[in-house]
Design a binder for this molecule. Structure first.
Ligand SMILES: *Cc1c(COP(=O)(O)O)cnc(C)c1O
Length: 433
């Protein structure tokens, strides 16, 4: 195996005898069994990432709340639950998923700027652990609903610390121009407002500054910033039990140097400085991104007939299966499932069948490809399947969880009947009545 390939093995996908595997299972075997496209995840990679993070924080009392929105498959939720995770949710639907796998409602944190009355009531009745409140209006709404239901809502205020996470603008959330959280001044006012309210129990303070953060400074700045507010509140007689740093821990997709999670964990411990506080984090991408590949097959090769034209490899996966390249210009590694030694590589744009020029998975990749070849798009375990749509009436691809030499289909392929059954076929005469 060449050095280049060893270097690329930072994900769950690895070559064994020139065949790409997840754990001890050849991806070609999965393609034979479930067809393509398909999302394939490694159980051991997910487990290892969870343990890595937990160990990085071992000297700090902490709880990991898996951010369900990164990958909400029930099997993955069940796995993280078994490892001891709580959950961070952003909708009633995600709460239902957690409850469906027997997750403890008390381990659930509810984030998001647009919680509806119905969602708040559902979460209050379920008895969730904490609402991360993102506005004054939301706080007032939670107070009113908790009073009506005769219960007490646990609340943390999400502070927007106005630090630059140095990430893609669509996934930065901690600048004052973003819609998330409230300023420190407003947070202080909201804590005072809620302090003596019988239906509110102020348990913590929260921030989340963005996603795919690979430098420790913004995360540590945010921590220092909200800790100041926590200490000020303490002096006001408002005592909080937890500090929630959100998620956003970056991973390697291409050649990034990802956040050193152990250094970060040590710095967090130092900054907390023995305060009597539980640390909470809400990782999504860090736990799941590199655990998964999107398995797809080449349908057609369109070779440029003029020197300044591009070569297109049309594959059976599309932007409806993996939106990140189209949405964020995200870069995902693409590897052949079977390495062929004799074929000449060409430069390809890897595109899907959808009728949009924005439908691409990768651009300008040097690969030796033939029609019917299987290729794997790497690092799709986070914000892959969850962003899938039915655009062009394409069924959502199945999800497969690999465990050693075995694998399970943890979401079957969506059929055309699955899609049509939600719709009404109007019976009309020729005049359209
Ligand atoms: C999306 C999100 C997360 C997870 O972000 P990652 O970058 O996937 O770790 C955590 N908390 C909140 C509030 C979020 O919106």
């Amino acid at each position: 195996m060449t050095l280049g390939n060893v270097e690329k093995e930072f994900t769950a996908a690895k070559y064994q005898q020139d065949e790409l595997h997840i754990e001890q299972t050849a991806l070609s075997k999965i393609a034979d069994a479930v067809g393509t496209p398909a999302y394939v995840y490694s159980k051991s990679y997910l487990t290892d990432q969870y343990n890595l993070l937990s160990e990085a924080l071992s000297s700090t009392p902490h709880q990991i709340h898996y951010s369900v929105k990164a990958n909400s498959n029930l099997a993955i939720l069940a796995l993280f639950k078994s490892l001891g995770a709580g959950f961070d949710i952003v909708s009633a639907g995600e709460l239902s998923r957690v409850l469906a796998v027997g997750g403890d409602p008390k381990s659930v944190i509810f984030s998001g700027v647009g919680k509806s009355v119905e969602e708040i009531n559902f979460a209050l009745k379920a008895g969730i652990g904490c609402f991360n409140v993102e506005s004054r209006g939301e706080l007032l709404r939670i107070m009113a609903q908790a009073e009506l239901l005769g219960c007490v809502a646990n609340v943390a205020i999400r502070v927007n610390p106005n630090v630059d996470a140095k990430t893609h603008p669509y996934i930065a959330t901690g600048l004052k121009e973003n819609k998330f959280g409230v300023t420190k001044e407003e947070a202080f006012a909201l804590y005072l407002l809620a302090a003596d309210h019988p239906a509110i129990n102020l348990t913590g303070i929260d921030c989340h500054i963005g996603s795919q953060i690979n430098e420790p400074e913004p995360l540590l700045q945010a921590l220092t910033s909200i800790l100041e507010l926590r200490d000020t509140l303490e002096k006001e007689g408002i005592s909080l039990q937890h500090i929630d740093l959100g998620g956003g821990f970056g991973v390697r997709y291409q050649d990034e140097t990802p956040l050193d999670i152990n250094d970060w964990g040590a710095s967090v411990g130092q900054i907390l400085g023995g305060r009597d506080l539980q640390l909470r984090i809400e990782p999504g991408r860090f736990l799941t991104a590199n655990a998964g590949v999107l398995l797809t097959r080449v349908e057609y090769l369109k070779i440029a007939d003029e020197p300044d034209h591009k070569n297109f490899a049309v594959v059976d996966a599309a932007m409806n299966d993996l939106l990140r390249p189209s949405l964020y210009q995200a870069w995902h590694e693409v590897l052949p499932v079977e390495k062929s030694s004799n074929a000449q590589p060409l430069e390809w744009d890897i595109v899907g069948p959808i009728c949009e020029s924005g439908d691409f998975l990768a651009k300008q990749r040097s690969l030796a490809l033939a029609e019917k070849d299987l290729v794997a798009v790497l690092s799709i375990g986070a914000y892959g399947s969850v962003l899938a749509s039915n655009y062009n009436t394409r069924g959502r691809a199945p999800e497969v969880l690999v465990d050693g030499a075995e694998f399970k289909v943890v979401r079957r392929r969506e059929t055309i009947q699955d899609q049509l059954r939600l719709e009404l076929k109007l019976e009309l005469d020729q005049a359209g009545h």
